[in-house]
Design a protein around this ligand. Structure first.
Ligand code: ADP
Ligand code: MG
Length: 404
């Protein structure tokens, strides 16, 4: 069910918990990212129907305890500017303070809770934490597509306590766009994968690899594959547990997977003087921070070679630093060009979206910008996402709402 499936008057005065994805790392640098903008229709819909809207999200990867670096407070300020209304913020997501704040909400008010990951129960999907979250509201809405591949307390555990678990408009929009590619992508279907969440990306690739005609690999994801081929990657980031799987995939699908042939390396990300280009393996004590020039050229050629669907998630390098941004910028521009020549392109992931901006690629040069990175890869690969599945599941732990 989607939020618009309940009668309008059902929402009046109802405490409505909306799991949004405000995992926006750089609100100061980019005050208007799609993840915030796309959450607005759901929030508007609920406030105009006089619900009491309780918003909750995670931000980054804090060490399961409060850390001002990962506070959602700046997002409350930005959201208030966008909504042009007051957005109250509480510096926790469960407990008496939160209950008091909710108790004093008027119909149509908006409240943003503090980072869910300040509690260890969130990622552990702890039952007690889940019930505490659930006790805050009468209706549950998931509009956090980018986190729906994880069975956390806010995306899964708490949802089980509600009779009405609804998809928001962002989630509905994502599913509509991605379902077509999940079912039958126009071929050739090219997947480009990079970034730093190696485990997530490799696990998604396990399914996607069968569907894709070709996969270009960059970012940290590439080093695990290179190690599995016996190449040296110096001190670059590698997912040890996945090396044998990577070797297996290469032996089975080797013709589909294209790996970097050269790299931009340095001793560390701040060692600007030490930056240089290496071909083949990466020598000892050095780390790869971007794909090299030949790899960039090769990837641009592959992207331009008549694909009909392209799915891209994960930057090719540490693009936040100009010195390591070239591979990512080249890929972004090549994918934009493919779109202008008629290819369906999906670009997903918080950082990949940020990279588009850096490459000066506009949203009009992409078929669909997905707010999900790994979630999109998993979904298109054919996996059922726990946060989406729970919306359709029948079993209810403790019904919290009455009949509409
Ligand atoms: P997305 O948010 O698009 O799903 P990820 O979160 O997986 O992507 O990864 C994005 C991050 O990966 C960026 O912050 C980028 O700097 C980092 N990254 C990519 N390649 C490298 C690399 N070779 N070394 C260090 N960081 C990298
Ligand atoms: Mg990211």
């Amino acid at each position: 069910m989607v939020i618009s499936d309940l009668p309008d008057n059902y929402y009046t005065g109802k405490r409505t918990f909306v799991r949004i994805d405000f995992n926006v790392p750089n609100i100061e640098v980019d005050p208007d990212p799609p993840r915030i903008r796309r959450a607005i229709p759901t929030i508007d819909y609920l406030t105009s129907r006089k619900a009491k809207v309780i918003l909750a999200s995670h931000l980054g990867r804090p060490d399961r305890r409060p850390d001002p670096k990962f506070s959602l407070k700046p997002l409350a300020v930005r959201l208030a500017e966008i909504l042009r209304t007051n957005v109250r913020f509480v510096d926790d997501c469960i407990g008496d303070k939160v209950k008091e704040a909710i108790g004093s909400m008027g119909n149509g008010d908006v409240l943003l809770l503090e980072n869910l990951r300040f509690h260890k129960g969130e990622e552990a999907c702890d039952e007690k934490f889940s019930s505490e979250l659930a006790s805050l509201a009468e209706i549950y809405v998931n509009d956090a597509f980018g986190t729906s591949h994880r069975a956390h307390a806010s995306t899964y555990g708490m949802a089980r306590h509600f009779e009405y678990r609804l998809a928001g408009f962002l989630v509905r929009g994502e599913l509509e766009h991605l379902a077509r590619i999940r079912e039958a992508p126009d071929r050739p279907f090219l997947v480009i994968v990079g970034g730093v969440k190696i485990k997530d990306k490799l696990s998604a690739l396990k399914r996607l690899i069968d569907k894709a005609d070709k996969v270009l690999v960059g970012g940290c994801v590439a080093y695990t594959f290179l190690v599995s081929k016996g190449l040296s990657v110096g001190d670059s980031l590698v997912e040890q547990e996945s090396i044998s799987w990577a070797a297996e995939v290469l032996s089975k699908h080797g013709n589909k997977i294209i790996l970097p042939e050269d790299h931009i390396v340095s001793t560390n990300a701040d060692d600007i003087k030490g930056i240089h280009l290496v071909s083949g393996g990466i020598p000892k004590f050095l780390k790869g921070f971007d794909i090299g020039r030949d790899t960039s050229k090769r990837y641009a050629k592959e992207i331009a070679s008549g694909n009909r669907t392209i799915l891209w998630n994960g930057p090719m390098g540490l693009f936040e630093k100009e010195q390591f941004s070239h591979g990512t910028v080249d890929v972004a521009r090549s994918v934009a060009l493919a779109y202008l020549r008629g290819c369906t392109t999906i670009i997903g992931g918080g950082d990949s979206i940020a990279a588009l901006k850096m490459a000066d690629v506009s949203e009009r040069e992409v078929t669909h910008i997905s707010t999900g990175g790994s979630a999109s890869l998993e979904y298109i690969g054919g996996k059922e996402l726990p946060g989406i599945e729970i919306l359709t599941e029948r079993s209810i732990l403790e019904p919290a709402a009455t009949e509409p």
